[in-house]
Design a protein around this ligand. Structure first.
Ligand code: ADP
Ligand code: LRH
Length: 491
């Protein structure tokens, strides 16, 4: 008999949740089972995730699911990308799991580029250069520990391994390592050699939709868990988020997955890894069902999360939006793609220092600081949309904003205004939905992604924002280029 219940475990950099999904009366019904905070901690000058805590939260969530009456289900796990776990032969971790903002990769890109040119790496992988990609993290990882690694898994692969004992590398997330070769469709030999790693230190590459099997009996008995069949979903949260975009095939769309990071791009049937894509630093991340996400990773709402921390968490996200809404628009121009905003000790001070150094007024109040962030994110999104149109040669008519940031009405409106495009906001939980869609397709409840997206459209009402300001967009982009990037022109 077909299983009716599906559980998505979705863990982002700032929070995680277990979501129960089923189809009721032709609609996708979502029930939140468990939600928990996430974040990395600093110890001895390094940043680490607490993976044991995260696994504990998965078990707690599954126990709650059982107490809610779910005795059987399918289950899929997605998390943020790039971070990895080294396992020894016994399946034990060789080290604590570094968080991607750890400073040790400061010079890693230069170190790697000395051995293989940027052009060669991009031509092979088609991935945006970011110093925290697994390639660069592994390049500066302790070689003795790397030698000890029998298998290298990414975080969702590892959580799945803890549940089932099965070792796999799921492709959507594996592509964010910047180690997969677009031509051979496997880990790239030259890049592995450069890291002194062998192919056998990674597991089999598997596609979303692969059925792994039951949670191990010992765990089920120890924690009294439901009978869960674990399915490998699109384990990279952004891959799941894009599956969960309520797009209509008929309307050429861009997506903006808006959470800790802003991932803005289009879905493509094949990668684009020419010099133009490289110089604009776009990534071709592998998607479910043999698609590619041609996208750019922009600093995102990490900025406001850190500003919130600077104010000792006294101001809620909704309050920041409200305060920013009362401020004058486009008073400060800041290039938030600058690495200085990746992990500064105090985000407010960093933003203020940037404004001062560039001869601008300095935002002082929480509302001014938040406004500065939202205005400039909207500019960066508009620039990315222009680049997407130019590189792909396709016109975009709508931007779908999904994830936690789709709740930010001011940012949604600004995005519409500066890009001149229609914006459709929501669902907030598109990542959990994309995770569930793969489970439903694998369980033959849905035919394909298109049918899944239709189900999402029928189940959740998005909010539409139309560009309100028909003039002034170009002058904003021009001011950004001049003041924040020290150049001329809008691109
Ligand atoms: P991640 O998956 O990276 O942890 P989420 O998709 O959960 O991130 O999004 C978290 C972000 O969503 C927060 O940093 C915040 O900026 C934004 N957010 C959530 N709720 C609201 C709200 N009510 N108003 C404005 N912004 C919100
Ligand atoms: C978003 C995300 C993004 C990656 C970053 C490390 O959560 O997975 O796609 O670039 O985290």
């Amino acid at each position: 008999q077909a299983v009716e219940n599906h559980i998505a475990v979705d863990i982002g950099a700032s929070s995680g949740r277990l979501v129960w999904g089923r189809v009721v009366d032709g609609r996708l019904s979502l029930t939140e089972i468990h939600r928990f905070a996430n974040g990395f901690a600093e110890r001895n000058g390094h940043c680490y995730w607490n993976i044991d805590y995260l696994f504990e939260q998965v078990l707690i969530g599954l126990q709650k699911a059982k107490s809610m009456g779910i005795s059987a289900c399918t289950l899929g796990i997605d998390t943020w990308a790039v971070d990895y776990v080294l396992l020894d032969r016994e399946g034990k971790r060789v080290h604590e799991v570094y968080a991607y903002r750890d400073e040790r990769t400061r010079d890693a890109v230069e170190i790697v580029k000395r051995q293989l040119s940027a052009r060669e790496i991009y031509e092979k992988t088609g991935i945006q250069f970011q110093k925290f990609n697994t390639l660069f993290q592994l390049a500066v990882h302790d070689p003795a520990e790397l030698k000890q690694a029998d298998k290298i898994l990414l975080v969702p692969d590892y959580l799945t391994f803890l549940l089932t004992g099965k070792l796999v590398n799921e492709v959507t997330n594996a592509s964010t390592t910047q180690l997969l070769n677009l031509h051979t469709k496997d880990f790239d030999e030259d890049l592995l050699r450069l890291l002194s790693l062998s192919r056998s230190q990674f597991a089999e590459l598997v596609q979303p939709g692969t059925v792994l099997g039951e949670i191990s009996q010992s765990l089920r008995e120890k924690y009294d868990l439901p009978d869960c069949k674990v399915i490998v979903v699109a384990t990279h949260d952004t891959a799941s988020a894009v599956l969960g975009v309520p797009a209509d095939q008929e309307e050429p769309f861009a997506y903006l997955s808006s959470g800790t990071w802003s991932l803005i791009g289009v879905e493509m049937p094949r990668p684009i890894h020419d010099e133009r894509a490289q110089s604009s630093n776009f990534a071709n991340e592998w998607g479910a069902y043999h698609t590619y996400r041609f996208l750019k990773n922009i600093m995102g709402l990490w900025l406001i999360q850190e500003v919130q921390r600077s104010y000792q968490e006294q101001i809620s996200f909704a309050e920041f939006v409200e305060l920013a809404g009362r401020e004058q628009a486009f008073r400060y121009y800041v290039d938030f793609t600058d690495d200085r905003f990746l992990h500064p000790p105090d985000m407010v001070k960093e933003i203020q220092a940037y404004c001062e150094e560039s001869g601008q007024e300095v935002p002082g109040t929480p509302g001014e600081v938040a406004r500065c962030i939202y205005d400039n994110l909207a500019i960066l999104y508009a620039l990315a949309v222009k680049e997407l149109e130019a590189i792909t040669g396709n016109m975009i008519t709508v931007i779908h904003i999904v994830g936690g940031g789709s709740n930010n009405e001011l940012l949604c409106q600004l995005t519409a205004d500066v890009s001149g495009k229609k914006v459709i906001a929501g669902p907030t939980e598109s990542t959990a939905m994309g995770n569930l869609l793969v489970q439903m397709i694998a369980s033959q409840k849905l035919k394909d992604v298109q049918e899944g997206r239709r189900l999402i459209r029928q189940s959740f009402l998005g909010k539409t924002y139309w560009p309100q300001e028909r003039t002034g967009q170009e002058s904003r982009l021009e001011a950004f280029a001049r003041i924040a990037r020290g150049g001329t022109g809008g691109g």
